[in-house]
Design a protein around this ligand. Structure first.
Ligand SMILES: Cc1ncc(COP(=O)(O)O)c(C=O)c1O
Length: 354
């Protein structure tokens, strides 16, 4: 067998249990539980055969997204999902032996991207109460890492930093590229944009996967200084985003009320779910995003499996530092959360009395 380059041979890939989920209630990957605006489906349906045969065109896409942020299109660059933006950031700015500063636990795709570049990974654990390890991060930034990621709110802990605190960190580290992964900004209403656009060392990442409901189509955006975005363009292919994503993205952005209504529904379902879990005396944590961590009584694996047996998927956080023993629960509509709570109380009732 021909060996890949040493950094690739050594890396542990991002593996997610993504198969066989379609017929189940998917509360495991923070997707929308209702899907996109009907306009998206209509826009895709009405594409003529010619659209399938032609390479994609991108005019108007960055503009449409930029308009939702109140910034100009030169500050925005579309990618084949935020995952592809993350990959491009490491391709363009990662370097052999350079330091990648991050927190742990956090989104699982950063680490393999850093490993592929042969970077040294400096992971700072969240505090036991899941607060951001600010003092430690400030100290580590003094060593001028090449790249620093803040996932805000952090997936999976929900930890949320204020935009001014993040901007202050970025100002203190002008030689570090600071990436603010704001995948769940629609649910928190908090973003470093536009404040961070003045800084030449900050890139924010946002996506239409979650609140806008088009995870399958893959469309995400990097927002930042035009010179940074130009470097990211250099390492991406000319047609990495397909026509369906472009068409769906424009249709989704043209119906902001659909996203707004869904976000409001999720936030109200979150309050309801937290109340119910509290009533059951179950530890949980839900600071940011359309997800929360739940520490079920009894055996975690057995609870996750029992929920699956009842048609509900949640994501086990077994053996993850700081949050071992919990599962991550996506928050959907109230109807979905009622279905979850009915199953969960039955499961832990059985667990507790076993
Ligand atoms: C924090 C975070 N960043 C990035 C992504 C990837 O987003 P996208 O679907 O836009 O590639 C996810 C997806 O779960 C995420 O949770």
């Amino acid at each position: 067998m021909i060996r890949a380059k040493p950094d690739v041979e050594a890396l542990s890939p991002y593996v997610a249990p993504l198969e066989g989920r379609r017929s189940l209630l998917r509360l495991d990957f923070n997707e929308s539980t209702v899907g996109p605006s009907p306009n998206v489906v209509e826009a895709i349906r009405s594409l003529p055969p010619d659209a399938y045969a032609t390479y994609p065109e991108y005019a108007g896409l960055d503009e449409a997204f930029a308009a939702t942020l109140g910034v100009t299109a030169k500050h925005v660059e579309a990618f084949n999902g935020v995952d592809a933006a993350i990959r491009a950031i490491f391709d363009a700015y990662g370097e052999q032996g350079g330091t990648f500063l991050t927190t742990v636990p956090t989104f699982g795709y950063y680490e393999p991207c850093a490993q592929q570049q042969g970077m040294v990974i400096d992971e700072v654990p969240y505090l036991d109460d899941l607060k951001y390890p600010l003092a430690d991060v400030i100290r580590r930034l003094e060593a001028r890492p090449r790249l620093f990621f803040i996932c805000n709110p952090n997936n999976p802990t929900g930890t949320l930093m204020t935009p001014p605190a993040i901007v202050a960190l970025a100002r203190s580290a002008p030689e570090t590229l600071v990436v603010v992964d704001e995948l769940y900004a629609a649910f928190t209403g908090q973003s470093v944009v536009p404040a961070a656009l003045e800084l030449p060392n900050v890139v924010a990442l946002q996506s239409l996967s979650k609140a806008a409901g088009i995870a399958a189509l893959r469309l995400g955006f990097a927002i930042g200084h035009p010179s940074l975005l130009e470097r990211l363009r250099r390492v991406t292919g000319p047609y990495d985003i397909n026509t369906f994503a472009v068409v769906a993205g424009k249709a989704a952005l043209a119906d902001p009320d659909h996203t707004r209504r869904y976000v409001a529904e999720v936030l109200s379902a979150r309050t309801w779910t937290l109340g119910e879990l509290e009533r059951l005396g179950v530890r949980c944590s839900a600071e940011g995003g359309n997800y929360m961590l739940v520490w079920p009584p009894g055996d975690l694996a057995a609870v996750v499996q029992a929920l699956r047996d009842r048609g509900i998927l949640v994501r086990s956080m077994a053996r993850k530092p700081v949050i071992d023993g919990s599962f991550r629960l996506t928050i959907g509509t109230e109807a979905h959360m009622r279905r979850f709570m009915t199953a969960f109380s039955a499961v832990i009732g059985r667990e507790v009395h076993a």
